[in-house]
Design a protein around this ligand. Structure first.
Ligand SMILES: [Zn+2]
Length: 338
């Protein structure tokens, strides 16, 4: 009797355990390739800070998913963006490597996940961005809104830029000369910061080095401009890029790889659109629920394209299994409508 009970317990436990395991496997999905990994750091401390290039006085901070670049100039620190996910760790990281106070802050775009932590810097510092970003932030922080800007990630409303530019801006502070450009890529008014002498560039949310573009082609507002901006980035003379996300810095090779991936998505989707009959969806669903029929048609296209792209890229970039479908879907909508 006792043996039977133990056996039964063992059997049920094994089944339960194997179910948990199966579920876990589906969540974990494909492993990420080695190319995604950056420097190891102390997770208890919560961030990594180091010079982008030794002796440059240009630093980057990461906690594994976001990145911030800051520069010492001899006359104060210039910070680019303030993702609220870091909390006050940006200020801590700066204080860890320099005694210079923060005097300038640059916004690369208006997204709260990159700037809503700006409250930690002293009042009265110069805040620089493009005209377009200033206008966007004015709208977003209008008192008429029900959902205040940036609160979803623990951030707070941000100061509006105190200095803006329309096309490009040369900024010299102490020993650093920066060129700022505005371009339509991830948003309509992104700001890219380039340091020609140091050959370093800061372009946020263009690429995710080692990974495929984030959900829906990085949530870009304009797919064509986003694709074109990749080649625009390559024209500058730089060898290291701070990209705003993930745990490692980027090289030009990472931009080229992203271009190749997106090109594959584009052609796979084009092919799937041209070869998928609407009636193939109707055959599955009938006409009774029109939205279900259209959704089935979209899904047929995106799934066909996604399978083709995944077959080539799985194991080469991170997240291929997670967001290739979403990237194909975004491309499909763009190609159908534009
Ligand atoms: Zn963004």
């Amino acid at each position: 009797m006792k043996t039977k009970l133990v056996l039964l317990w063992w059997l049920s436990a094994t089944i339960a355990f194997s179910q948990i395991n199966t579920r876990k496997d589906t969540v974990v999905a494909a492993s990420v390739p080695y190319a995604v990994y950056g420097p190891q750091f102390d997770w208890n401390k919560g961030y990594y800070v180091a010079e982008v290039k030794k002796g440059s006085g240009i630093y980057w901070i990461t906690e594994g998913s976001h990145q911030v670049m800051f520069l010492t100039t001899g006359k104060g620190v210039i910070v680019i963006d303030a993702p609220p996910i870091f909390g006050d760790k940006i200020s801590k990281a700066i204080a860890e490597v320099t005694k210079e106070p923060v005097t300038h802050l640059i916004y690369t775009h208006h997204h709260a996940d990159h700037i809503a932590g700006a409250y930690q810097f002293p009042k009265g510092i110069q805040v620089i961005s493009s005209d377009g970003i200033k206008n966007r932030l004015k709208e977003l922080q209008s008192a008429k809104r029900d959902a205040p800007f940036g609160t979803f990630v623990g951030g707070k409303p941000v100061e509006l830029p105190t200095k803006t530019f329309n096309d490009s801006l040369m900024l010299t502070v102490g020993n650093k000369a920066l060129k700022l450009y505005t371009i339509n890529s991830h948003t309509h008014h992104d700001v890219v910061v380039y340091l020609p002498k140091e050959k370093i560039i800061n372009a946020v949310d263009f690429i995710w080095p080692g990974w495929i573009p984030f959900d829906g082609l990085g949530e870009t507002e304009d797919v064509y401009s986003y694709i074109n901006s990749m080649n625009w980035l390559l024209k500058f003379d730089w060898d290291i890029m701070v990209s705003g996300h993930v745990g490692r810095l980027a090289k030009k090779e990472d931009v080229r790889t992203t271009i190749e991936y997106i090109t594959d998505v584009k052609f796979a989707v084009m092919k799937a659109i041209q070869s998928t009959e609407y009636m193939a969806a109707v055959k599955k669903t009938g006409f009774a629920n029109a939205f279900l029929t259209v959704e089935t048609y979209f899904d047929l296209i995106a799934s066909t394209a996604s399978k083709e792209v995944e077959a080539k890229w799985l194991g080469k970039l991170g997240g291929v299994d997670v967001w290739t479908y979403s990237n194909c879907r975004r491309m499909m909508m763009w190609l159908r409508l534009n």
